[in-house]
Design a protein around this ligand. Sequence first.
Ligand code: FES
Ligand code: FE2
Length: 332
Amino acid sequence: MIRLDCWHPVARSVDLRAQPIGARVGDAEVVVFRGADGRLGALNDRCPHRGMRLSLGTVQPDGCLACPYHGWAFAPDGAGRCPATPALTPRAPTWDVVERDGAVWVKRGGPAHFPDLGGRGWAPVTVLRHRAKAPLELVLDNFTEVEHTGRVHAFFGYAEADLAAVETRVEARDDAVRVYNRGPQRDIGRALRGLLGIRPGDHFVDDWTTRFAPVHVCYDQYWIDPATGAPRPRRLRVAVVFVPAGPAVTDLFTFVYTNGGGGLGAQLTDRLLRPLLVGFTDLEVRLDLRLVSRLADRDTALTGRRLGRFDRVLGEHRRRIDRLYRRPREVE
Ligand code: FES
Ligand SMILES: [Fe+2]
């Protein structure tokens, strides 16, 4: 069982309109809804009357969520009313809910530090949501090594022929694991190079840090002149939050940011680049998820696997997931 007392994203802001949205976080089911006045609510997705899914209900003009079965309705604070028996005052268990970084986040109990995704200097580009049909650890494995990128990805990462020259360094701290990768940028064509403001022969740096409650990775991506080591102006920040939604299902929320690039024509290139960043990120995540859904072996244990130099993080991640994120009774 995972910790529910840390913030998990459960819906993109743009998707939460008049209809409530149900989501699963670990073993728990939650419904989030938004009243006409914008007030958010998050309740257990189970009517306290006879167990109907509240996420199939409707939001009333007063901002209460009405159950589709017998019409009992619940306010964001959980207080319920029962139209057929007004003297009855049912309650629905509530979750803490906030809207931040373009997503709706929930937690149950406990003060929790909010994950630092974008922050100062980063302009948000998009938030994407995907579902992986694989356990958390195996999805995270894929998202935290670059060895697959030449073979699997269309634009992202390093060409297969260059992988032997890619430098990868792991820095494991108590509550975080950082991986720094640097190597030749793969050929992405002149137009895209121009939009990113990079030159042929530039090196691509992918410097990411994984944290564990919730499990999320912040990727800082930029290009450098290999001769001088000087960075080009454009930088990208991609943050992916991994939400276990069952033993073999993981929901991913991907937050994309850019720094604006700087220099002459930055505004124009920014306008052209943004839709491309949305499309490319969506494509690349889908390529990863198609791959991990086809693994022959869904066992998350690493015993018996023959691991390579890019796989050192796999064990570091598992130890921290067990210690910082899963409840003790699941720790082996
Ligand atoms: S089950 Fe929800 S009102 Fe009856
Ligand atoms: Fe990938």
